[in-house]
Design a binder for this molecule. Structure first.
Ligand SMILES: Nc1ncnc2c1ncn2[C@@H]1O[C@H](COP(=O)(O)OP(=O)(O)OP(=O)(O)O)[C@@H](O)[C@H]1O
Ligand SMILES: [Mg+2]
Length: 132
């Protein structure tokens, strides 16, 4: 299966990315509840792109390990970057008056979570979910 690449610069793009992710995970055989978790993770990551970086992209990458399918979600932007990534991963930390639940929530509901951010360069969040 091919990668799906969704440019993100508005809430409409966010909805599109979420639906593409749900469809792809469905094609991979994910359970209903996990489709919602995948869609939620994409939603939160894309929302952060729109809010903090204005634009970026979501890449959906199907993988497989020993016959078990998975999905890698890459959220990439060339925005301002995150000053303190450790703080950004704490529940309740927000620079925008938000709930500060997005990133810690995504980490909790995915199997693997990586974030690389550089001030003035941008942010890349890479998360993986395996089919159960
Ligand atoms: N792509 C990004 N570029 C720059 N800063 C980011 C990005 N994503 C997150 N951040 C920073 O990390 C903080 C925490 O993000 P998180 O998604 O957890 O919370 P939030 O967006 O503030 O609130 P919520 O997601 O609960 O509405 C943000 O307030 C922001 O400062
Ligand atoms: Mg957020």
């Amino acid at each position: 299966m091919d990668d799906v690449r969704v440019p993100i610069s508005s809430d409409v793009d966010l909805v599109r990315a979420r639906e593409r992710g749900r469809t792809l995970a469905g094609e991979l055989g994910f359970q209903q509840g996990d489709l919602t978790l995948v869609a939620t993770a994409i939603s939160e990551l894309a929302r952060n792109i729109v809010r903090y970086a204005r634009r970026g992209e979501i890449v959906l990458h199907p993988i497989e390990d020993g016959g078990v399918p998975g999905i890698v979600i890459i959220a990439r932007d060339e925005g301002p970057g995150i000053i303190d990534v450790n703080r950004a991963m704490e529940q309740g930390y927000s620079t925008s008056g938000g709930l500060g639940m997005g990133l810690p929530g995504v980490r909790r509901i995915m199997d693997k979570f990586e974030i690389v951010s550089e001030i003035g360069r941008g942010t890349v969040v890479t998360v993986t979910k395996w089919k159960r």
